[in-house]
Design a protein around this ligand. Structure first.
Ligand SMILES: Nc1ncnc2c1ncn2[C@@H]1O[C@H](COP(=O)(O)OP(=O)(O)OP(=O)(O)O)[C@@H](O)[C@H]1O
Ligand SMILES: [Mg+2]
Length: 304
């Protein structure tokens, strides 16, 4: 035989059973979560870095393809500040929180529900995930009322009611809803709603299996250590003592509202870790911090 069209397996490339082990470790989780709903709050560095954005899109597509109903609620504070600057509008913060006047809410609506939302949708669809971009205004989804700090912060709302009809419809069609967290009332006001709070309220309304916050921190930090679990009483104390501050406060508060509302598990994962979402959902170890009501002895390896 002078020439063959078949191909020899390279000696150095033996089949790797370890990859098979990793994949099979996911099987019990795939079986457990098939048909269940995961609400994912997408924020932090994973929303800004090009590589991490693509990995996020692949991860949610995979979750959807194994039969998990994925619902994404996104942030976008940085994009709002940048658009405001391009329009020559000054952004005012009081204690680190954005003041939202009528002009600012227009910018928020157009930036969040327009650009930020559609960029996420496009990335997921490039991976075949079939995402649909919507905002809290679609199909009467998020009714809002002024938040307690609205006197200082303006058109900042809190969720009054979630209507899940449209989300259910999208999920039942095998698509991924990507939700911009704005709401409205019957007096023609549109409100900016903290994305953590909106995700929590949506998770409760959908009776989700899990709420997952994707952020740019390894987890909840106390001193120089990261907590694997955080219980409700400790969380309150850490806020009181100034150990949990800033953007972590709405996350922690809404995590416990979600658990009190009947959602099974709430996780905070680091969007800077490659495939953090898949590691959290499909492996025994998990990553980041899990929120729990109280500290009971748990079986080792029951992270997901
Ligand atoms: N104890 C703590 N552990 C971890 N992070 C903390 C703690 N206290 C305060 N933080 C801050 O909380 C921030 C996370 O909240 P932040 O609102 O900035 O992110 P995000 O919600 O993921 O993004 P976005 O609001 O843009 O959607 C961290 O970057 C960190 O600076
Ligand atoms: Mg935040």
């Amino acid at each position: 035989m002078d020439k063959i069209c078949s191909e020899f397996r390279p000696e150095s490339k033996r089949p790797q059973p370890v990859i098979g082990h990793v994949l099979i470790e996911a099987l019990p989780y795939i079986r457990k979560f098939e048909g269940k709903t995961f609400v994912i709050k997408y924020g932090g560095a994973a929303m800004k870095d090009e590589v991490l954005k693509n990995i996020f899109a692949e991860n949610v597509t995979l979750l959807r393809k194994v039969g998990i109903k994925v619902v994404i609620v996104h942030g976008g504070g940085d994009a709002i500040t940048k658009t405001s600057a391009r329009l020559g509008l000054e952004t005012t913060f009081v204690h680190g929180k954005r003041v939202t006047d009528k002009e600012t809410i227009d910018v928020i609506q157009m930036t969040l529900a327009g650009k930020v939302n559609q960029d996420i949708v496009q990335l997921i669809n490039e991976d075949g995930g079939n995402a649909v971009g919507i905002s809290g205004l679609d199909a009467d989804m998020i009714r809002a009322v002024p938040a307690p700090n609205a006197e200082t912060l303006g058109l900042v709302g809190q969720v009054a009611e979630i209507n899940t009809r449209y989300i259910d419809l999208i999920c039942d069609a095998g698509l991924i809803p990507v939700i911009a967290p704005i709401g409205y009332d019957m007096e023609s006001n549109v409100y900016n709603i903290n994305a953590d709070d909106a995700a929590a309220a949506i998770a409760v309304a959908l009776k989700a299996e899990k709420l997952i916050y994707i952020s740019d921190v390894e987890g909840v930090r106390v001193g120089n250590r990261i907590l694997k679990t955080i219980c409700k009483a400790d969380a309150a104390e850490f806020i009181e003592r100034g150990i949990i501050t800033g953007g972590m406060i709405p996350k922690v508060v809404s995590a416990y509202q979600t658990l009190d509302g009947g959602v099974g598990k709430v996780h905070l994962v680091d969007g800077q870790i490659t495939h953090a979402l898949l590691l959290e959902v499909f492996t025994n170890e998990g990553v980041g911090t899990q929120f729990i009501i109280e500290n009971e002895p748990t079986a080792e390896g029951a992270a997901s």
